[in-house]
Design a protein around this ligand. Structure first.
Ligand code: NDP
Length: 496
């Protein structure tokens, strides 16, 4: 790929230029262009969905035996691993994450394809206990064309989490990656081609979500949308889905509490809280952005946390020692800055950060340092709204009852963390927290084998897990008559 070229898109089994406006994707560490491409147009949406529908009907993919579909998915996993370094470097340029993090995301994408290949070839359909003269069965069928709409923060991993189970289930997929980070979705489509996936089963439509994502969601041939992104967009998609009676899964925002009880192992808690909020520069739905510390421990804990946060290495994403890269864009950094200003205007104090760094690369890219605010209550806007940046708001708590009330006092309910040596207490507290995922003495650890999703404004449905493949299938019951005699109701006797 050279900068002068305009990247082709993968639409309905062919690689060609998009019909929309030409634009450049930029490396957030320098603001320089990485690649040029033409956005997809509404005609491209139509072509991609029609192509996917035809491929679903006529490529024979859905009819292949599960182990045959799995073989292709294993090949996709293998090719991702073969090209891992190239993909990780491209993702670093695409969204500015440090190279170690993008390597982990690429590895997780390969693992996701492998996992859903296994889920595909081991998925069991059941014979249910018969309550009549019949054999009754519960089966699963693919849905047809699935739309996968993804955000910019973890491209290849987000896409794999949708594309792998959707293909495993026998569907076709149209991917709408974030306009500003389309490169990994395009590479994934190349890999699908190279792995021998029938043409047309995967298309990629970069460009504006308000145009393309909306059209894709409304398209009558799209039978399911799997969306990851902001809560506002998720609700918009849910409204459209309601009109179409279409199932959706929505992985949305978060404002997750991390709780340090007075008996916590401080080394573990400091490391975990730092990782929970500042890794990925806080651009993570599950970022532990509200910190509650037992009052007795508050000062000593905050002193250690602040000292450790000040040592985090912010800088060049290409440098393997870098822990935090730039934010995704200038506009996003300004939004983070506005939230910090709001917190200060509401009476908050800066314990750390809050100022753009300067000099060298810092003057070119969209860097923002680890920032800790305190002196605010859970009701403040900075505690209620998702900042999606490296901003932690720390609050002391007195009683567990007060803690639980505040931790749960959020429209979001995606994740939570608890740090305590007392496992019984942590268990009891974990059961009281309202969240899709609770981590005890760890944070931001993921396993493809464990379902993930949020409550309330954090989403609907679950991704991952062995049964995650069922999100992309319709359930069907089948009855096989075993009667010796015709059904009695009509009064017809055998042989008459
Ligand atoms: P957005 O909701 O703005 O965008 C997500 C995707 O939706 C993008 O591809 C976007 O396209 C597209 N989109 C935008 N408008 C529409 C529309 N009207 N119809 C259909 N699609 C549309 O989110 P962000 O990009 O800002 O991503 C950050 C958000 O994602 C955060 O809130 C974060 O919490 C959430 N997120 C949730 C995760 C989870 O698993 N729960 C994981 C990661 C992030 P485009 O950008 O091209 O306009």
């Amino acid at each position: 790929m050279t900068l002068e070229q305009t990247l082709p898109l993968c639409i309905a089994g062919t690689w060609r230029l998009g019909g929309g406006a030409r634009y450049a994707t930029c490396y957030p560490a320098t603001g320089e262009p990485v690649a040029w491409l033409n956005a997809a147009s509404l005609d491209d949406v139509e072509a991609a969905v029609q192509g996917a529908h035809q491929a679903f009907l006529h490529s024979g993919w859905a009819q292949r035996k599960p182990h045959e579909r799995a073989a292709v998915l294993y090949r996709i996993a293998g090719l991702i691993r073969e090209r891992a370094e190239e993909l990780a470097q491209l993702q670093r340029q695409d969204n500015g994450k440090p190279i170690n993090e993008t390597r982990a995301l690429v590895a997780s994408a390969a693992g996701t394809f492998q996992f859903f290949a296994a889920a595909c070839e081991t998925l069991e359909e059941t014979i249910t206990p018969s309550r009549g003269d019949f054999v009754s069965m519960s089966l699963y069928e693919p849905m047809g064309v699935v739309a996968a709409i993804t955000p910019w923060n973890s491209p290849i991993a987000s896409e794999a989490q949708k594309v792998a189970p959707a293909l495993a289930a026998g569907n076709a997929v149209v991917i709408k990656p974030a306009e500003i980070t389309p490169l990994l979705a395009l590479q994934l489509a190349r890999i699908c081609d190279d792995a021998g996936l029938p043409k047309g089963l995967v298309s990629v439509l970069p460009g504006k979500g308000s145009l393309l994502g909306d059209a894709l969601t409304r398209h009558p041939l799209v039978k399911r949308v799997s969306f990851t992104g902001g809560t506002g967009t998720g609700k918009h998609i849910a409204h459209i889905a309601a009109d179409k009676m279409m199932p959706v899964s929505l992985e949305l925002g978060g404002k997750s509490p991390t709780i340090v009880l007075e008996d916590a192992d401080l080394d573990h808690a400091v490391a975990g809280v730092l990782y929970g909020i500042f890794s990925s520069s806080g651009e993570a739905c599950i970022a532990g952005s509200r910190l509650f510390v037992a009052r007795k421990l508050y000062e000593p804990f905050m002193a250690r946390l602040t000292a450790a946060a000040a040592q985090l290495r912010l800088g060049d994403p290409a440098d393997e020692r870098t822990q935090m890269g730039p934010l995704i864009s200038a506009a996003h950094r300004e939004s983070v800055e506005r939230y910090v200003a709001l917190g200060l205007a509401a009476g908050g104090r800066l314990r750390l950060g809050g100022q753009r760094p300067s000099g060298g690369l810092f003057d070119q890219g969209y860097f923002y340092p680890p920032t800790i605010l305190e002196g605010l209550g859970n009701q403040q806007q900075v505690c209620q709204e998702e900042i999606f940046g490296p901003v932690l708001v720390a609050m002391p708590f007195d009683s567990e009852a007060e803690l639980v009330e505040q931790a749960n006092d959020s429209l979001y309910a995606l994740a939570a963390g608890i740090w305590s040596r007392d496992y019984k207490r942590a268990w009891a507290l974990g059961r009281k927290l309202q969240a899709g995922t609770v981590w005890i003495n760890t944070y931001k650890q993921f396993s493809i084998s464990t379902p993930f999703g949020g409550w309330r404004d954090s989403g609907l449905g679950r991704e991952k897990g062995r049964l995650g493949i069922l999100q992309y299938m319709e359930q069907k019951s089948l009855y096989w008559g075993m009667n010796e005699q015709p059904l009695a109701w009509a009064g017809v006797e055998a042989g008459q």
